[in-house]
Design a protein around this ligand. Structure first.
Ligand SMILES: C[S@@+](CC[C@H](N)C(=O)[O-])C[C@H]1O[C@@H](n2cnc3c(N)ncnc32)[C@H](O)[C@@H]1O
Length: 249
């Protein structure tokens, strides 16, 4: 597939600044809750930052790269942790990549301070600028970009989740942490169906931790059927619950 360019998925920015997908009739994130969700649901749900300490290489697998906010928050936390793993490998699947301009707009808005001169805003702007320099080379299929002086590897698998997860397993991807993020299961049931869950064991290292914001029965059962130990956990308002799971492998 090399040499093909990707068509950017339009993001419908709602009046109050919430990014919305017309394809899925769902929001990418709430206007102000995206950063907090990245930290409280995905990172904390996978035991980060503590979990990457002591590792030479720590691999996060994500379904749904979207606006890149989970990647940005993970990269920022990793960079700020004096005890971080030597390398961070972030692997994400995305069928409908958005434009660099929409990602950058989302990042500017999602940093949790109104003043744009906070250290966090400055750091994330720098990370986003580095990410967006690679974006024009984005192609269907797999690509790995070396960021942060080569210490961070970002693998993007551009294609449908059911097709790309087995390809990643064939390429030897084995994750320490998994973020499942793919719009609401009600609005995008395909993302949360058996082929997705069935592909995960081959992609997980023993003890890998998994996190997601949905506690829907279909997701809990789908993961449990594949052998994940699933736990519904309380979450800060407005979302009362989140899900954690662990692969025994
Ligand atoms: C809620 S957004 C992800 C937000 C993202 N993790 C972030 O941090 O900004 C869900 C993403 O899943 C992608 N997606 C939906 N269905 C998919 C599929 N079948 N295969 C791959 N990606 C899919 C959408 O295009 C969208 O970008």
């Amino acid at each position: 597939m090399s040499g093909q360019t990707v068509r950017h998925e339009p993001v419908a920015w709602q009046e109050e600044g919430t990014p919305y997908s017309e394809r899925f009739a769902d929001v990418y994130r709430t206007r102000s809750g995206g950063w907090r969700q990245a930290c409280d649901v995905f990172m904390a749900g996978c035991g980060l930052p503590a979990a990457w300490r002591g590792h030479d290489r720590f691999t996060v697998l994500e379904t749904g790269f979207g606006l890149g906010l989970n990647f940005l928050a993970t990269w920022q936390a990793w960079q700020q942790d004096p005890e971080c793993s030597a390398q961070l490998h972030f692997v994400s699947v995305e069928a409908y990549p958005v434009s660099a301009a929409d990602m950058a707009r989302s990042a500017r808005q999602a940093v949790p301070h109104e003043q744009t001169d906070t250290p966090l805003a400055t750091q994330t702007a720098g990370l986003m600028a580095e990410l967006t320099t690679h974006w024009p080379s984005l192609q269907p299929g797999l690509q790995t970009w070396r960021l942060d002086g080569g210490r961070v590897h970002l693998t993007l698998a551009i294609g449908h989740v059911h097709a790309m997860l087995p390809v990643l397993a064939q390429h030897g991807v084995r994750a320490n942490a998994v973020y499942l993020d793919g719009f609401s299961p009600k609005l995008n049931p395909e993302m949360w169906s058996t082929p997705t869950f069935a592909a995960l064991p081959a992609l997980c290292l023993p003890g890998a931790r998994l996190a997601t914001y949905t506690v829907s029965r279909m997701v809990r059962d789908g993961l449990a059927e594949q052998g994940f130990a699933v736990r519904k956990c309380p979450n800060a308002p407005p979302k009362r619950w989140r899900l954690e799971a662990q692969w025994g492998g």
